[in-house]
Design a protein around this ligand. Sequence first.
Ligand code: FES
Length: 150
Amino acid sequence: MADSLNNLLSKYPQNDEGSLIPVLQQTQGLYGYISKEAIEKISSYLRVSRSTIFGVTSFYSQFRFNPPGRNSIKICLGTACHVQGGDFLLNALQLEIGIEPGQTTEDKRFDLTRVACLGCCALAPVMMVNNDIHSRMSVIKIREVLKKYE
Ligand code: FES
């Protein structure tokens, strides 16, 4: 891990807070998430405090701190999906798999992310698993959909 992250960092100037977001995006692209070790390294290379990094990463929901699961679930809470019950869907899903957005189940079967719009609002509420869009979702369909993903 250290070599590839060092490689990535070497493309950016040291002590440059302005590089923080692209560095975080590329780190996540490299490993699928941003580990504690990566945060330490980025913090010291760019000379940005860890609290600034956590502030930035919690503002942008694209960043995650846990290794992804085998299947990635995205629940849309954009306006169209919200109006059609996206929040109920998210709550029911959280109960079903026992994690919150940004987390991965212990068995690594699923990770969960909340997103602002998946670009298919006419099909709201929408849930995406890996690259599959599940349209007009409802709480009672959740188990049936999850069964397809081991
Ligand atoms: S708001 Fe959910 S797909 Fe656009």
